[in-house]
Design a protein around this ligand. Structure first.
Ligand code: MG
Length: 402
């Protein structure tokens, strides 16, 4: 049975990110936990479930850019299931309806699980329980029995009564339903002018659909306040993957030939000669790219960008460097620092050193303090000393999930 996940991320809630009184801040679904957005974690949770075949996110019409940033690091599995986002409406209820209509236009699934983006820690067990109820033809809500004693406040601020908590549950999401039934219920509610429902189960109940309660999870509580967000970050820090340090080394040489400039570490420098090569022959960036590829055990620059391929003729070598950085990110790793050593008698590197560091820092998303560029002559010795070529050596340190 085809089941889609509909993740509602159109809210403007900035209470968790400190938006009130303090200028505009990102809504909480775009806040980061462990270098990934809250929305990213929610999408990955559904992508990791075998019960879910496709994922559609409802976003605010102003959030196209925030959305593309938020999903930049998704796994290939998540990218495979994710559909183009749909713009939401003025209320959560309107946003869910917009999402359901979006699914209907795509290819109506048999079932749908509707989920709040601000619950990033939903797990595959909870998703499976809700999905299983939908497969059996009913609605289902992830929920937890109320554990605290409930009090009803009287008019004077004192307790009027203790409420029997037996049989009371706190509703979470996901909430799952047979797709045609929940779409029809939402359409009916909208045309009846009913906009006061606080969750989708309430609309289903109103429409007469049976809805079961299935076990949710304490960790699946919603991120609402700044304290919730801080707690979520702590939990993630404690439970995120252990990172191991890795290092890599790269070396490259290009021959000097006729010409009037060289490219070194992404900077074009006027010179009495040029460097011979298929691409821009940037020996510094080639050594650095190889160092990164070496650290993650992913071949070398010649394998990914073969000189035999005319596509790379004259190519700017920052593209090779950016590609290596993407390979690190795709594996969940991050570069800690890099160091490049250029070996030549000329041109002088000193005047260009800061520009070179800036290009590398920007390409790799590193602070300048994490980027070293140095140069040395070889005292007139060897091929670099005879000005026959320029050599470069590079090292990188990075952190990768264990
Ligand atoms: Mg090279």
């Amino acid at each position: 049975m085809e089941i889609a996940a509909l993740i509602v991320a159109a809210g403007r809630g900035t209470r968790a990110t400190g938006g009130e009184g303090d200028g505009p801040r990102a809504p909480k679904q775009y806040a980061e936990i462990g270098r990934r957005s809250v929305l990213h974690h929610a999408v990955e949770a559904f992508a990791g479930s075998e019960a879910i075949h496709s994922i559609l996110v409802v976003i605010h019409a102003d959030d196209d850019e925030a959305y593309s940033n938020a999903i930049r690091h998704l796994s290939p599995a998540a990218r495979g299931k994710l559909r183009e986002p749909v713009a939401g409406g003025a209320t959560r209820q309107a946003s869910v309806l917009a999402g359901l209509e979006g699914l209907q236009r795509l290819a109506a699934p048999a079932g749908v699980l509707i989920h709040d983006a601000a619950r990033p820690w939903v797990n595959t067990d909870v998703i499976a329980r809700v999905a299983a109820a939908v497969v059996r033809g009913t609605g289902a809500v992830a929920a937890l029995p109320v554990a605290d004693t409930l009090k009803k406040e009287g008019a004077d601020g004192t307790i009027e009564a203790t409420v029997e908590r037996q049989g009371l549950w706190r509703a979470q999401t996901p909430q799952g339903f047979p797709f045609p039934a929940i779409l029809a219920a939402h359409r009916r509610a909208a045309s009846a002018g009913r906009t006061d429902f606080t969750d989708d189960a309430a609309i289903a109940e109103w429409a007469g659909l049976p809805v079961r309660l299935v076990a949710g999870a304490a960790r699946n509580d919603k991120i609402t306040t700044a304290e919730d967000l801080a707690m979520a970050r702590l939990q993630f820090g404690a439970q995120g993957p252990a990172m191991v340090p890795l290092s890599g080394i790269g070396f490259d040489v290009h021959r000097l030939t006729e010409g009037d400039h060289v490219w070194l570490c992404g900077v074009k420098i006027a010179h009495t000669h040029g460097l011979l090569g298929h691409s821009d022959a940037d020996v510094g960036l080639h050594a650095l790219t190889d160092a990164i590829l070496g650290a993650i055990g992913d071949g070398d620059i010649g394998q990914h960008f073969p000189p035999s391929d005319p596509k790379w003729k004259g190519a700017a070598s920052v593209r090779f460097l950016a590609d290596a950085a993407r390979r690190v990110e795709a594996r969940g790793g991050r570069i800690v620092n890099v160091d490049v050593m250029l070996m030549c008698e000329a041109p002088k590197v000193g005047p260009h050193r800061e520009a070179m560091r800036a290009v590398i820092a920007e390409t790799l998303g590193l602070g300048m303090a994490r980027v070293g560029v140095k140069a040395t002559t070889t005292e007139g010795l060897g091929f670099t000393g005879r000005r026959e070529g320029i050599a470069a050596l590079a090292t990188v340190s990075l952190l990768m999930p264990e």
